[in-house]
Write a protein that binds this ligand. Structure first.
Ligand code: T4K
Length: 401
């Protein structure tokens, strides 16, 4: 039994950006300096887009300065109107993108396994004004793709995915970017893969490419003509440089995250009250974007919020992604009081996302697990001792990838 656990000297945060070798970035910077071409569809942005088209196996993609703006412009470019069925269990940007387009989010509860929009509940929420479904691949785990597609097709709805967490995920050998009418990926610094800030849309409809080009560049057709009231959402050359360099390391970054996830799962499996996330579904090649756990207060001996606080005292900056659920934020609360969102609320009250990033070390994961064991053991000293013996003798888990 672990008795004394020292806090980390410096904070271990939930995420930490992967970085390419500095020398590679410096060389890229020198080339940018020489060209003095910094933004506005520069050569590196074009190269990055070509590489991404290839990586995702899609025909159409557009790059943006961040994921949120790309989603806002996607909704606008596709001409989505009225009501949009969406999930309450997400980062608030998903819902904000709807609001910025004056669309009404209609929240439908999630399913408890992968925390994404429950397809079985969608039909009951469709109104005459519903035009689209906006689902989220939470933590990179794919939504129930076929069922969502079936409901969307049956009711003539557009199907959009917020795939902010899901870059690099494949289903039956096919990139997640190829599902639905459109997918949005965030390339923010905290993601599995990033371009400092950045966003990408992949989509089916070829004409959307042109509209998105207008929308992200003030609506300019040429020097003297503006064809629509666009905004400025362009990706810069510096962002593209980071993305290009990191894309070459994608496989190894996912492999590192996979190993750390396996270790977490092995160590945490036997701690009462720590519920591990479901394994990826068969046929899914997961990207190990996040390490969420659910905390069962009674079995663990401490509430999720107390555990969150305790871990902070140990300098482990775990996060409650996503708590509270979006409809409970003051800016949305008054509108959606009556929706039945029991599953989302329950998950949000139990969820805790542990640190996971490529440079996280094995001994750091071990120490975080020691902390969780120790905190549980302080609550239930006898039961914890017995449980720990069985973990130590258990073989490591093998994930399906
Ligand atoms: N849809 C979904 C489902 C999303 O999750 C997101 C973003 C979006 C849409 C919107 O995409 P973007 O517009 O962001 O492209 C973070 C990210 O900023 C956000 O991108 C992400 N989701 C969300 C889940 O997490 P915060 O407010 O929690 O970030 P912050 O600054 O607290 O960073 C988390 C930890 O990462 C910090 O404790 C330290 C570490 N960190 C962070 C940064 C920025 C670093 O070590 N270095 C860094 O440079 O939102």
């Amino acid at each position: 039994m672990v008795s004394i656990i020292q806090p980390f000297k410096t904070p271990i945060t939930v995420a930490r950006p992967a970085l390419p070798p500095l020398e590679e970035f410096r060389k890229g910077l020198e080339e940018i300096w020489e060209r003095a071409w910094l933004t506005n569809d520069g050569p590196l942005v074009r190269k990055f887009r070509d590489l991404l088209l290839q990586f995702c196996g899609v025909d159409h993609a557009s790059l943006f300065t961040n994921g949120t703006l790309s989603l806002q412009l996607a909704l606008q470019g596709m001409g989505i109107s009225g009501d949009v069925i969406t999930t309450p269990y997400t980062f608030v940007a998903t819902t904000h993108a709807l609001f910025w387009n004056r669309l009404r989010p209609v929240f439908v509860d999630i399913e408890p396994t992968y925390y994404s929009l429950d397809p079985d509940r969608i039909e009951a929420a469709i109104t005459p004004w519903t035009t689209a479904i906006l689902a989220v691949h939470v933590y990179g785990q794919p939504c129930r793709l076929e069922e969502l597609q079936r409901v969307a097709r049956k009711h003539g709805l557009k199907l959009l995915y917020d795939a902010a967490h899901a870059f690099g995920v494949e289903v039956e050998g096919k990139s997640i970017a190829r599902f639905g009418d459109l997918s949005m990926f965030s390339f923010h610094a905290t993601k599995v893969f990033h371009s400092i800030e950045g966003g990408m849309l992949t989509f089916r409809e070829p004409e959307l490419q042109r509209r998105l080009d207008y929308l992200k560049n003030f609506g300019f057709e040429n020097e003297t003509e503006v064809v629509m009231p666009g905004t400025n959402a362009k990706m810069s050359e510096f962002q593209a440089l980071m993305g290009i360099l990191l894309l070459a390391h994608m496989e190894e970054m996912i492999e590192k995250r996979r190993n750390l996830t396996l270790l977490y799962r092995h160590r945490l499996a036997g701690i009462p009250g720590i519920c591990l996330p479901a394994l990826p579904a068969p046929g899914v090649r997961y990207n190990y974007a996040y390490m969420p756990i659910e905390v069962d207060e009674e079995a663990f001996g401490m509430s999720r919020d107390d555990l969150y606080q305790k871990l902070h005292e140990y300098n482990v900056i775990a996060r409650r992604y996503f708590y509270p659920i979006v409809p409970d934020f003051p800016c949305y609360r008054h509108i959606f009081r009556d929706a039945d969102l029991g599953v989302a609320r329950r998950v949000a009250s139990r969820i805790l996302v542990l640190p996971l990033y490529t440079e996280l070390r094995i001994d750091e994961v071990e120490r975080i697990c020691d902390m969780l064991e120790y905190l549980h053991s302080r609550c239930y000293p006898d039961a914890a001792a017995a449980a720990m013996e069985s973990i130590v003798s258990a073989p490591p888990l093998e994930l399906v990838v």
